[in-house]
Design a protein around this ligand. Structure first.
Ligand code: PRP
Ligand code: URA
Length: 210
């Protein structure tokens, strides 16, 4: 598993505002989208491309184009939806599929309540979007789902992760082509499964349900 933790003052600045408990939902939503766009640059570093020949007004030349099959972007509902626009802004030809998952807050186990993905993901590059990687349970379930459908590689983009969750994902995905791109790697998980210092419940803060 490859892990890339963003190291850029603009990303850290935006994450600091996102973490602040006084930041209201509209600002939180705008920042989640902007952070995704900044992280998408790193996340798509290995997107598959092919050589194409084009004609400029001056001469024929060769360039690169994103190749087929198109990449698949999968936001994990609900909170991952807040990152979708930030990703498709940068890669508008990507296909989008959806996975609905909710963590049981007693057992911390993920439950899948919705799935709208292509049946066959053979040879597909997949990008999973979820702001929080806490115990890792939700991301592991999402990655398993995509590989079971035939995906060749999965890149997950998370705004904040815990060391415990990252370790769990690494152990569960051994031997698979998985990349994790993070805005920040935080200190720890607390005893109720929340990331410390984190930002609280990402879905509630995005959609104003607190
Ligand atoms: C949050 C978050 C992740 C999950 C992370 O979603 O968006 O999907 O928790 O926790 P884990 O790493 O321990 O599995 P939540 O279950 O709160 O659902 P929501 O997006 O609908 O708010
Ligand atoms: N889900 C969240 O939204 N935040 C956490 O800190 C952990 C799980």
């Amino acid at each position: 598993m490859r892990v890339h933790v963003a190291d850029h003052p603009l990303i850290t600045h935006k994450l600091t505002v996102l973490r602040d408990k006084t930041t209201p939902s509209p600002t939180f939503r705008a920042l989640a989208e902007e952070l995704m766009t900044l992280l998408a640059y790193e996340a798509t570093r290995n997107v598959r491309v092919e050589t194409v020949t084009i004609q400029t007004p001056v001469a024929e030349t060769q360039g690169l184009a994103i190749s087929s099959p198109r990449p698949l972007v999968v936001p994990i509902l609900r909170a991952g939806l807040g990152m979708l626009e930030g990703m498709v802004k940068l890669i508008p030809t990507a296909e989008v599929g959806f996975l609905g998952m909710v963590r049981n807050e007693e057992t911390l186990q993920p439950e899948t309540y919705a799935e709208r993905l292509p049946d066959d993901l053979s040879n597909r590059q997949c990008f999973v979007l979820d702001p929080m990687l806490a115990t890792g349970g939700s991301l592991i379930a999402a990655i398993d789902f995509l590989f079971a459908r035939g995906a060749v590689d999965v890149t997950a983009v998370c705004l904040i992760a815990s060391p415990e969750g990252l370790e769990a994902v690494e152990a569960a995905t051994e031997g698979r082509d998985v990349t994790i791109v993070l805005g920040a790697l935080d200190e720890k998980l607390n005893d109720v499964g929340y990331i410390v210092p984190g930002l609280g419940d990402a879905g509630d803060r995005l959609y104003g349900t607190v």
